[in-house]
Design a protein around this ligand. Structure first.
Ligand SMILES: CC(C)(COP(=O)(O)OP(=O)(O)OC[C@H]1O[C@@H](n2cnc3c(N)ncnc32)[C@H](O)[C@@H]1OP(=O)(O)O)[C@@H](O)C(=O)NCCC(=O)NCCS
Length: 418
């Protein structure tokens, strides 16, 4: 076995890209070699990203990629994030500390650059807590049993004067970015989508060998404003007695008004032949079930952690968001990674603004930096974490008070995977 010191961890440039891509495919258990077209597409997509590889005797055996991202905090301000992705270690080189080496270097560089948080979507829950990440949003998927939903199957379009139209991929590239930008400025947990994201989603840039064009539809309000958009696919399933039993699977659905959400869900549930609608990943408090006369027709089929956040700068993270109540709280934050631990006083004022300063005062609540990430976007409850022994109340009632300040009336939502 090669010793740890003989494996070199270093940035990957143009010349090493195909080898890095092969290692990436291997780690994700995909066909190791990609076509030239796919390699070219990935090279283009990752051109501005930070690519790192680990090399054993010149061969890439581990991959890591990070890139600049904007994450919306509670209240609508965005923070600069270090988005982490393409994390793999080949099965021949696992458990030798390669992930730790790549992650520690990347987080230190992100801190140095001034990023407020790092983010990722975890393949497995147990991997990233050790690096100070905590689960900060939850994803919920529903499957709607359309005939049981109680919706009017004869629905012919929105009753509010708005309309639903099908879109071609090039229209999505024109109309989607602005709609998404409006969404992300109003919804904590949403991350930015750049132009290449839209190209990939609409087949203009292809990451995989095959591309099947999905359906796209838009909702416009009575005044003609684009307020919602959906992308979905439909399978081809017929029952034995020659009944259509198709399932529509939502790839993504974004909306900036409840009217648009209502219209697009109703649209999906009224497509002829479709008897099931799979919602794709939503926030746990999504409006979908409430739009159905019989909400039990929407069964939760997945519920899991989604966006993981690693706070790199407690002061800037806490000052970037707004608060639900006025109050003051002293947090003792432990950070095993040594990036942002300390004792901080959070002061939230009546207008929702927060200030955060290092302090020597007695702590009200002690917690690991990963638990703070779980509270930061408002998804988790401090009372719940205290009951589970994952945060400690140093003053009776502090967890309840933390919830009054930090929890939000709507849960955060990260619609994308990266
Ligand atoms: C997950 C993966 C990247 C870990 O790589 P690795 O180089 O073996 O990790 P390291 O040796 O640096 O492990 C660091 C620590 O994390 C632990 N760890 C690593 N992977 C883990 C897992 N899947 N579950 C639980 N613990 C894990 C190790 O045991 C080690 O703990 P220790 O320091 O207490 O001994 C690798 O197994 C892999 O590529 N898996 C398949 C692809 C994948 O899931 N990638 C993540 C995408 S989000």
């Amino acid at each position: 076995m090669t010793s740890r010191a003989d494996i070199e961890v270093r940035p990957v440039d143009e010349t090493g890209f195909a080898d890095w891509n092969r290692a990436l495919n291997t780690g994700f258990l995909r066909e190791p070699h990609s076509s030239d077209e796919v390699i070219e597409a990935r090279r283009k997509r990752f051109a501005s990203h930070r690519l790192v590889g680990a090399f054993d005797a010149g061969r890439c055996v581990a991959t890591f990629r990070s890139f600049p991202q904007e994450l919306t905090a509670v209240g609508g301000r965005t923070v600069p994030a270090d988005a982490v992705s393409s994390v793999t270690v080949s099965p021949t080189h696992r458990r030798r500390g390669l992930l730790s080496r790549m992650m520690e270097q990347d987080l230190a560089a992100a801190k140095e650059r001034g990023d407020v948080v790092a983010t990722l979507i975890a393949a497995e829950y147990p991997i990233y807590g050790r690096y100070g990440f905590g689960p900060a949003t939850t994803t919920t998927e529903w499957t709607v049993d359309v005939p049981r939903s109680g919706l009017d199957a004869r629905w012919a379009g929105p009753e509010d004067g708005g309309r639903v139209d099908l879109l071609d991929p090039e229209d999505v590239r024109k109309l989607g970015p602005e709609l998404h930008d409006r969404l992300r400025r109003s919804r904590p947990g949403v991350i930015d989508r750049d132009e290449l994201w839209w190209q990939l989603d609409t087949g203009a840039l292809r990451f995989h060998g095959t591309w099947t064009e999905p359906f796209y539809a838009v909702y416009r309000s009575a005044s003609g404003e684009v307020e919602g958009m959906v992308s979905y696919t439909v399978d081809d399933h017929w029952g034995d007695a020659k009944q259509p039993l198709n399932t529509a699977s939502v790839r993504w659905l974004i909306a900036v008004s409840p009217a648009a959400e209502r219209a697009l869900w109703h649209y999906l549930c009224s497509i002829d032949w479709v008897v099931k609608v799979k919602s794709g990943g939503r926030a746990p408090d999504d409006l979908l079930p409430l739009f159905l006369p019989d909400p039990r027709a929407a069964a939760v089929t997945t519920q899991a952690d989604w966006l993981w956040v690693r706070i790199l700068d407690v002061v800037r993270a806490l000052e970037a968001r707004t608060y639900e109540a006025a109050g003051s709280l002293v947090l003792e934050v432990t950070d095993g990674g040594g990036l942002t631990g300390g004792r901080y006083r959070l002061e939230a004022s009546e207008d929702g603004a927060g200030s955060c300063t290092p302090t020597d005062a007695n702590a009200d609540l002690s917690l690991e930096v990963g638990e703070l990430a779980a509270l930061w976007l408002g998804d988790e409850s401090a009372v719940r974490l205290a009951a589970a022994g994952r945060v400690r109340e140093e003053r009776a009632g502090a967890a309840r008070q933390a919830d009054a300040l930090l929890r939000t009336s709507r849960r955060p939502w990260c619609p994308d995977v990266f």
